[in-house]
Write a protein that binds this ligand. Structure first.
Ligand code: DGL
Length: 247
């Protein structure tokens, strides 16, 4: 199986990391739209236009599937991408909703969703979770965490102050949906802040669970072929990929 992974920038590498850990694909083609990141502050029409351009780019590779690692794109542009692609396009939002529903017994569990402004404004997670009968839903846009992760600031004073800024007035949730590609890199600190009692839902793990339930993966690929593309400064993306993914 040959997969394309699309993100607005480097954050989608957290999803690639999960795909690599589970050795699902023979070949991974990553495209990060680094020239136009962030998508999280853009409007719906722009996000859809950029997403369709990414589908066009992926048409050069005869893919079996495209995974949209970006929560913002998954929230707004999945239908449009599926219409213009010649392979299935799968997004992290639906996968995250299913992973949450599978891992929480009580339908009145307090769930907090964090993500970019666009993802939170879309209410895509809440809509999906309501269909699964969850009702105690809270959402908070936490866009400042994105540039901090891009600066590779994963802990310390600034992170703690930012958590306090966003979360101090909120009740501790039973589940925290990391509705943004970058947030898995803050897992340790978020777990510390909210304590071990809060279950973190990670898009990368959610998409692996989703794929394994939907498709028959007969083989494991220990050393998949990987290609990394970016709309600006691909070398910088490749450097980060080597570092984050150990490849
Ligand atoms: N990749 C985006 C997401 O998961 C975060 C960065 C951006 O705003 O483009 O929503």
């Amino acid at each position: 199986m040959k997969v394309g992974v699309f993100d607005s920038g480097i954050g989608g590498l957290t999803v690639v990391k999960s795909l690599l850990e589970h050795q699902l694909f023979e070949e991974i083609i990553y495209f990060g739209d680094t020239a136009r990141v962030p998508y999280g502050s853009k409007d719906k029409n722009t996000i859809i236009r950029y997403a369709i351009e990414a589908v066009e780019f992926f048409k050069n590779f005869e893919l079996d599937m495209i995974i949209v690692a970006c929560n913002t794109v998954s929230a707004y542009a999945l239908d449009e991408m599926n219409e213009s692609a010649d392979c299935p396009v799968i997004g992290v939002v639906e996968a995250g909703i299913l992973a949450t529903a599978n891992s929480l017994q009580e339908r009145d569990a307090n769930i907090l969703i964090i993500g970019t402004n666009a993802t939170i404004n879309s209410q895509a997670y809440e809509d999906g979770l309501r269909l699964k009968n969850f009702s105690n839903l809270h959402a908070k846009a936490t866009p400042l965490l994105v540039p901090l992760v891009e600066e590779e600031i994963f802990s310390g004073e600034i992170i703690n102050a930012t958590f306090k800024h966003y979360f101090s007035k909120l009740e501790r949730p039973q589940a925290l949906i990391l509705g943004c590609t970058h947030f898995p890199l803050l897992t340790k600190e978020l777990q510390k802040y909210f304590t071990q009692e809060t279950q973190l839902i990670h898009s990368g793990d959610a998409i692996v669970e989703y794929l394994q339930n939907r498709f028959a993966f007969e083989k494991k690929y220990k050393n998949p072929k990987m290609k990394f593309f970016a709309s600006e400064n691909p070398e910088a993306l490749r450097t980060i990929a080597r570092k984050w993914l150990n490849v």
